[in-house]
Design a protein around this ligand. Structure first.
Ligand SMILES: [Zn+2]
Length: 339
């Protein structure tokens, strides 16, 4: 029996050592160590041995089994390693190959202008105020001295969500909300999107952006408004920019004006951007109407204020030389990455 075991040992070691793949190894494992394997059947035959022989043969079988198990596990490891190596070879990564570049975007021209305007006014001590774009009609109109029969409340101009809720048609409701919540002095700008039921063309869009400003304090006069806007125009459009006021009417300011700036392309001589005028219409402004102050809980006998507002698209178009407003909303990257 001892000889039989030695034969199994020699044969199995040689076969396992030479085996080529995992399947063959598995077969050999079954052949020698499995339940019906050669070594197991030797153990089964031990009943025929004398009690003196049993311990010797038993330990010999165990020794051979340990040896084979070790050898098999070594072989398994070898195969796993080989498999991994082959896989790595197949999936070889060429680290010298140029990478796919993710192109970095840039800020939208509208955002650039808003950021720039915010910087200018923050530098003059203003705070930035924010408010809802879906707004109560009372803030969008009533408090701003725009009574129910006013033409601006017409369905043709304003998007109504319900009878008393609208998409804000201006950022002025933010001013009303701030005046209600804070005591003067107030010095804010409110940038944001506004909505009007305009059809889309080169100069109109149902959604556009405004920046409005509001100052309320004691002894605020028209000269403060003029000084502020002149400073803003110079910082935003260039040191040589001049500003002029034309009388106008707005329900929420009295007196009201529209302000033009000298064309920053031709300097006032007349060109394509200013349509030969030398001036570009920039914004609407005026002294806050006493009724508006009153509506928002501020005593017009003690306080006065000025307000102004302008379209961001208009400034972006003039500054970047864009002749069609639709380009600002189409979000074509080829267009946007020029700025
Ligand atoms: Zn010009």
């Amino acid at each position: 029996m001892e000889e039989q075991i030695k034969n199994i040992q020699t044969e199995s070691i040689s076969k396992i050592s030479q085996c080529k793949d995992e399947k063959e190894l598995n077969d050999l494992k079954v052949k020698y160590l499995g339940k019906k394997g050669e070594l197991t059947s030797v153990l089964r035959g031990m009943g025929k041995l004398s009690p003196e022989e049993r311990p010797h043969i038993g330990s010999l079988v165990n020794q051979v089994r340990d040896e084979l198990e070790n050898l098999i596990s070594e072989k398994e490891k070898e195969f796993t390693r080989k498999e991994l190596e082959e896989k790595l070879k197949k999936e070889n990564i060429d680290v010298t190959e140029p990478s796919k570049k993710t192109s970095l975007g840039s800020l939208h021209p509208i955002t650039q202008i808003i950021n720039e305007v915010e910087d200018i006014f923050l530098g003059m001590g203003y705070k930035i105020a924010d408010g809802p774009e879906v707004e109560k009609a009372i803030y969008n109109f009533d408090k701003l001295n725009t009574p129910p029969d006013h033409p601006a409340r017409d369905l043709q101009d304003t998007f109504y969500v319900t009878d008393d809720i609208v998409l804000r048609s201006q950022t002025s409701p933010v001013q009303a909300r701030v005046m209600e919540e804070q005591k003067p002095p107030i010095k804010i700008i409110c940038p944001g999107a506004v909505y009007r039921s305009d059809s889309i063309d080169a100069t109109h869009s149902p959604v556009f952006h405004q920046v409005e400003g509001l100052v309320v304090d004691k002894n605020i006069a028209m000269s403060d408004l003029k000084g502020t806007l002149e400073m803003f125009a110079k910082k935003c459009l260039g040191e040589n920019t001049k500003i002029r006021f034309r009388p106008h009417h707005f329900p929420f300011t009295e007196p009201s004006a529209e302000a033009d700036v000298s064309c920053f392309v031709c300097g006032g001589k007349g060109c394509k951007v200013c349509k030969g005028e030398g001036w570009i219409e920039l914004l609407g402004c005026g002294m806050v109407h006493p009724k508006v102050l009153q509506n928002c809980g501020i005593d017009p006998e003690i306080y006065s204020g000025f307000a102004f507002g302008f379209g961001v698209e208009r400034i972006a178009m003039a500054k970047f030389g864009i002749d069609d407003m639709r380009l600002l909303f189409e979000n074509d990257v080829r267009f946007l990455k020029q700025f």
